[in-house]
Ligand binder design. Structure first.
Ligand code: FMN
Length: 99
């Protein structure tokens, strides 16, 4: 018996999470609530990092004009603008050098 993980609509076996995960590039207009974003950010904080420096910054971008500019910066990938929210991950080189 494997470990069970909470997923939309119930629990999933960890093995199934890995097997069924895929990239999604088309989205509904359903708003993403703050709790869902917070759960993702919590998972980011829980992720292991070199020396536990956590040298990453995450920007939560909901503003449409900014999402449009992100799409252009990502070689005009339209799905970046069409998502209701983008999470932008930055490496933080100053923090990386802390040790
Ligand atoms: C570091 C990284 C960068 C990626 N950049 C893009 C991207 O710019 N555009 C995109 O459509 N997919 C991007 N992907 C998703 C991969 O193309 C995708 O994971 C791969 O094609 C396998 O498909 P799957 O995720 O559905 O299994 C990226 C994935 C990784 C890990």
């Amino acid at each position: 018996m494997g470990a069970a993980f909470e997923a939309a609509g119930g629990k999933m076996e960890f093995r199934d999470v890995i097997e069924r995960r895929r990239s999604i590039r088309a989205y509904t207009s359903e708003p993403i609530d703050r709790n869902a974003i917070d759960r993702i950010l919590h998972a980011v904080v829980r992720a292991p990092s070199a020396g536990n420096l956590q040298a990453v910054r995450v920007y939560v971008v909901r503003d449409q004009a900014r999402r449009r500019r992100l799409a252009e910066a990502a070689q005009n990938q339209e799905f970046v603008a069409s998502a209701p929210v983008d999470l932008v991950f930055f490496a933080d080189p100053v923090r990386s050098r802390a040790k």
